[in-house]
Structures are given as structure tokens and as C-alpha cells.
Design a protein around this ligand. Structure first.
Ligand code: GDX
Ligand code: MG
Length: 381
């Protein structure tokens, strides 16, 4: 029997309560837990709905505020780790499901497919979805790239959506995650990276189940909204450097289905609006950091100060840049944070213009092949 958890922060309570009901009506679900970042408006609305839901469905429904467990910015990591603790200390269920609170395409199928994977004996089941070719730019250029560079022999680079917040964990996995000091510490957006990394490190078997309807959820406006997430996801990878993990763990991926026209045609971000972000607001300190980058990248970024440039940031340039970032990036330095964002933006724009523009099939094939090329380069050292 299973516990379903929704971590949330300032979400639309109507959507969250709808998702709670969907979970409660699933026969495998014994209890639903919502973990809020604070006692915000959404928290109050969900708390008010709980007693009625409990009566209606005859199952416990709780809403709690996340504990302060980690050492970084108090964010989604504290929320998810609070849920792990609750699961281990307050319940004896065998499985824990996580789903984002803002999903509007959530259905019972998501729970059933995860349960089916676990029924087959997999320790972890992760959901994956069709994504637009210009979506998931942190996943491709930060997380999967970093996994390929640092752990090319592992299954990590081949996990479709390593940052996804929709997953099922069996009890031994939850126990192992919470025992890791690095996992408990990761209170911010880096939590998904830490969970993914730790489950592979300990050799848990992994199944990725495909959800064809896709994840429709609240969208970001400008690319700058992604800055915190980008920085925290990169820092999470950097903090794991030097850790050894097993080669070739058990990892199976359900074959995907046809991708809807809507996803194929969707543009993931505002291209024109992000161009000024390459040129605006350079400080002397930020300029001085360019010194540690490969010469072509340094010259390209210097040119950006007067006009947006990104033609130089191709696949090879990003590989070399990433290596330099692993060595030199400082998480607590705001100049480094701004520069990391600009470098990643240059890579994202370069890919958009040279690959995504050629069509959906080409772009997705390119991204997967790119990971393969990075894996091979990393193995050759
Ligand atoms: N308890 C708690 N505390 N929940 C939070 C907090 C927090 O500080 N911050 C965000 N959340 C919830 C939020 O309400 C939502 O349910 C979920 O976490 C994901 O946040 P959202 O703002 O919807 O982000 P996005 O871009 O949709 O997230 C995706 O990428 C993240 C990542 O890249 O790290 C999604 O797959 C996330 O699960 C993933 O963590
Ligand atoms: Mg979301």
C-alpha cells in the first residue's frame, strides 16, 4: 500500500485539492500527505478541505509545513525530505509516490503506471513525458551533460528526466536516501539531482514509465525565473564530483509514444526577450572570471558585453566550459552565478538556432546523440 505526497509552495489550492482527490480515489493509495513550504494561502485552503476529504474517502489526508532539515536555501528539498521522514517514522507503507502540486493533467493512470513498475520488482519508478524541443534546457545542458562528463559509465546520463518530481520510491530506497548526509543537506532545487544520484549510487533498479499526455503545469515567464534553479542544480552536480558509483546499473525505459502536435510546436522560452540577458549588467568582477574559461568562450563572452553573441557556444565549447565550471564555479559568489547563467543561456540559444530550428525530430535526436558523444569523450578522458 502507498502514500502519495504533494510538495507545494503558493500553488492554486483548487488544482492541488483536485490532485489530492485523484490520488485518494486510487485503490492502491492509503493516505495522502501535502507538504507546504509555509502556512501560505494554499496551506490554509488545503487544511480546511482535509476533514471533508477524509470523511468522503475514508482515508487519512494531512497537510504539514516542511521541517528545516537541510543546510542550503530552504526549498523543495526540505519539503521532500520532510515527507521521507514522515513516511519512515509515521507509517509502514511499502511505497511512496511524489507528484508536483501544480499538474493539471494528473490522473489515476500516473499512479497505476508507477505501481505496475513497482509490482514488477523495480526499486524506483520515475515518470517521463514528451517535452518541447526547447523545454528542459537545464536537464539537457546541466544535469545530463554533467552526468555524462562525471559518470560516463553509469546509467545516470541515460535517465530521461533526472530532475522530474514525479516518482515512486520503495521503502528501502527511502531509508537509504534519508541516511545520506548529502541528501539531507540538499534543501533546495538540487534535491532531485541528489535523489537521482543516490539511487543509482546504491544500485537500486530503475524503471522509467512514459506518460503520453504530458505534464501540463504552471509555466515560467522569463528565463531569469529559472536562474535560481539553474544555479542550484549545477551546484548540486558540482558537490558530487569525486564520488564513485557503479557502472551499468539496472535501468529500463518504457518506449515512448507519438508526440502531440502541440508539444512539437511549442516554443519553450522567449528567445527575443532573453537576448538582452547576455549583454546587460556586466560587472568588473564578472568580467574577471572569464579568465578561467577556454579562450574562444572568453572572447565570445567578452563580445557579448556590447552585442548578444552565442554562435561560439557549440557542443565542444560547452563541454570545455562545463569542465572549467566544475573546477572554478563558486556557489556563494553572485558574480559566478550571473556568469553561469549567461554561459548556459548562450548554449541554449546556440542549440535553439542550430538544432531546434530544424524540427522536433531532429532536435530530440540531436540531444540524445549529444549525450552519447559526451559520454564517449569523457571515457577517452
Ligand atoms: N514544500 C515545498 N517547498 N514545495 C515546493 C517548494 C518549497 O520550497 N518550492 C517548490 N515547491 C513545489 C511546487 O509547489 C511544485 O509542486 C513542485 O515543488 C515543483 O515546483 P515548480 O515551481 O512547479 O517547478 P517546475 O519547474 O515545474 O519543476 C520541475 O523541475 C524541478 C527541478 O528542475 O528541480 C519539476 O519537475 C520539479 O519537481 C523539479 O524539482
Ligand atoms: Mg511546475
Amino acid at each position: 500500500m502507498s502514500l502519495v505526497v504533494f510538495p507545494f509552495k503558493n500553488e492554486d489550492p483548487e488544482i492541488l485539492v483536485g490532485n489530492v482527490k485523484t490520488a485518494l480515489s486510487h485503490p492502491r493509495v492509503e493516505e495522502v500527505l501535502c507538504v507546504g513550504a509555509s502556512e501560505d494561502q494554499c496551506f490554509a485552503a488545503v487544511a480546511e478541505a482535509c476533514p471533508t476529504l477524509e470523511r468522503q474517502y475514508g482515508k487519512p489526508v494531512k497537510v504539514i509545513v516542511q521541517e528545516r532539515i537541510g543546510a542550503l536555501r530552504p526549498g523543495k528539498g526540505d519539503g521532500m525530505n520532510t515527507a521521507l521522514k514522515y513516511f519512515l517514522e509515521e507509517t509502514s507503507y511499502e511505497r511512496l509516490h511524489f507528484y508536483d502540486a501544480d499538474i493539471v493533467s494528473f490522473s489515476q493512470e500516473w499512479i497505476s503506471k508507477a505501481e505496475e513498475g513497482a509490482d514488477q520488482g523495480f526499486d524506483v519508478v520515475r515518470h517521463y513525458f514528451p517535452r518541447a524541443s526547447t523545454d528542459a534546457m537545464i536537464t539537457w545542458f546541466v544535469t545530463r551533460t554533467g552526468f555524462a562528463l562525471l559518470w560516463p559509465k553509469s546509467s545516470l546520463p541515460w535517465i530521461e528526466q533526472p530532475l522530474g518530481g514525479e516518482l515512486l520510491l520503495t521503502r528501502p530506497v527511502v531509508k537509504r536516501l534519508l541516511e545520506e548526509e548529502k541528501v539531507r543537506r540538499q534543501s533546495d532545487w538540487g534535491i532531485d539531482t541528489l535523489y537521482t544520484f543516490t539511487m543509482v549510487k546504491h544500485g537500486f533498479s530503475l524503471y522509467e514509465t512514459y506518460i503520453g499526455v504530458g505534464k501540463l503545469h504552471k509555466l515560467y515567464g522569463a528565463l531569469t525565473d529559472l536562474r535560481t534553479m539553474l544555479v542550484e542544480c549545477f551546484a548540486a552536480i558540482q558537490s558530487l564530483r569525486g564520488e564513485e558509483i557503479p557502472s551499468f546499473g539496472i535501468h529500463r525505459v518504457e518506449y515512448p509514444g507519438p508526440v502531440s502536435q502541440e508539444v512539437r510546436e511549442k516554443v519553450g522560452y522567449n528567445v527575443e526577450g532573453s537576448l538582452p540577458l547576455l549583454t546587460e549588467g556586466w560587472s568588473r568582477e564578472e568580467e574577471s572570471l572569464l579568465e578561467v574559461l577556454p579562450p574562444d568562450v572568453r572572447a565570445g563572452m567578452q563580445a557579448c558585453r556590447s552585442f548578444p553573441r552565442f554562435g561560439f557556444m557549440d557542443e565542444e565549447a560547452w563541454y570545455a566550459t562545463y569542465q572549467a565550471l566544475l573546477d572554478h564555479f563558486q556557489f556563494d559568489n553572485p558574480h559566478w552565478q550571473r556568469l553561469l547563467f549567461r554561459l548556459w543561456l548562450a548554449r541554449t540559444l546556440n542549440y535553439t538556432v542550430n538544432q531546434a530550428l530544424r524540427g522536433y525530430g531532429h532536435a530530440l535526436h540531436y540531444l540524445h546523440q549529444m549525450v552519447g558523444r559526451y559520454v564517449r569523450s569523457a571515457l577517452q578522458g
